[in-house]
Design a protein around this ligand. Structure first.
Ligand SMILES: [Zn+2]
Length: 386
């Protein structure tokens, strides 16, 4: 009999490093074969994703979203065992993706399947499963949402099953995330002899000026739902190997995690302005290249956040904190469609060597997801009757 624990183990056995689904989607299709779920494969640019629906699309619809791709295990010799063994030892499943986030996918698949068997379809469930989250995330959840829009597919609420809890299952529900932006600056000066600095323009000095200008004041003091934005210098690079040469060029990279006081566009304009100032002051040329990987978003804590919180409390006894901490996630795409929150496992071991998950956590997560669906169903039922 398939359950969320042995399904997680089977999923971990598939080496689904982005963007290869490596058989994971086939396992999920098999699970839903001969059920009332309609399975659609949504592929884009060679990336395979799945969309599953139970019940008519005119009905109130609850969605779950997750990814089955994983990050590279890195040096395999550093692992205690094969990162794709999926072995269960002392009630723990070992392997890449066990935490992030094959367990949650298994848990919501089983929750959806079991609830569908016990319930008459006066509401509907959809599942969005992608194999492109850990990479560029261009043709994954985005592609499914595009397909949903084209096919008049909808959902009223969605949970993304990313690991969200810092210490204990239940301690955190994410209601949003900061935006993320990376700025690359190439500062070009004039190469010369270090004994004759007056004849050269040193781009290293300009890079120091630029970094000071960017970091000497906080970006903001936070907002109602967010911590203050941060700007971190992640790289200063020059090709120079000689100790008596002033190099021609220096590259500086900064990464900014920004809250809803800003937009990616506004920060880009500010970065370019700062670069212009330093260019003028230090007589260098500065080329600026900016990549926005996500805008900040949040779902105001309302019906959905409280629905999740109630079920989490029932199974863990913990009153979850609503938070917008952490990096970007696919919830940034889902928010364009409906209110979304993220709730999943304890994230401590995600992307780490010897990633593993306790079996009891998967069972709890499945119970929580099941309870959320049942409570949503009851609420819909009450509204229809009322
Ligand atoms: Zn993840």
């Amino acid at each position: 009999m398939i359950n969320s624990v042995n399904l997680t183990s089977e999923l971990v056995k598939c080496p689904s490093v982005t963007p290869d689904d490596a058989g994971t989607l086939k396992l999920i299709k098999e699970l839903f074969k001969d059920t009332d779920f309609k399975i659609t494969e949504v592929s884009k640019n060679g990336i395979k994703n799945l969309f599953l629906r139970w019940g008519s699309k005119n009905l109130p619809t609850f969605g779950f979203c997750g990814h089955i791709d994983v990050v590279n295990p890195g040096e395999i010799s550093k692992w205690k065992m094969n990162p794709f063994s999926g072995k269960i030892i002392n009630n723990e499943i070992f392997g890449r993706g066990s935490v992030d986030m094959k367990s949650a996918v298994a848990a919501f698949c089983l929750a959806a399947l079991n609830v569908s068997k016990e319930t008459s379809p006066i509401f509907s469930i959809v599942l969005l499963i992608t194999s492109d989250e850990e990479g560029k995330a261009k043709d994954g959840t985005n592609a499914i949402l595009e397909w949903m829009n084209k096919n008049n597919e909808r959902m009223d609420y969605c949970i993304v099953g990313e690991p969200t809890c810092p210490k204990k299952l239940g301690d955190m529900i994410k209601i949003g995330r900061k935006g993320s932006l990376t700025g690359h600056f190439t500062i070009i000066g004039k190469q010369g002899h270090s004994a004759y600095p007056q004849l050269a323009i040193n781009p290293i000095n300009s890079s120091v000026d630029l970094i000071y200008l960017l970091t000497n004041k906080p970006l903001d003091n936070g907002s109602k739902f967010f911590e203050p934005s941060t700007l971190v210098t992640t790289s200063i690079f020059t090709e120079n190997r000689a100790n008596n040469v002033i190099p021609q060029q220096v590259k500086v990279t900064v990464n900014i995690r920004f809250n809803d006081n800003h937009t990616g566009e506004k920060i880009s304009v500010w970065l370019k302005k700062c670069a212009k100032k330093i260019e003028y002051k230090t007589k260098t040329i500065i080329k600026t290249d900016i990549k926005i990987s996500g805008e900040p978003f949040y779902s105001k804590p309302g019906y959905l956040a409280n629905l999740v919180k109630k079920s989490v409390q029932k199974y863990t006894g913990i009153s979850s904190e609503f938070s917008t901490s952490g990096g970007t996630s696919d919830a940034r795409f889902v928010i364009t469609k409906c209110p979304v929150v993220e709730f999943g496992l304890v994230g401590q071991k995600m992307h780490a060597i010897d990633e593993s998950v306790q079996v009891s956590q998967i069972v709890d997560l499945e119970n929580i997801y099941t309870d959320i669906l049942k409570n949503y169903f009851n609420d819909v039922n009450r509204k229809t009757k009322g």
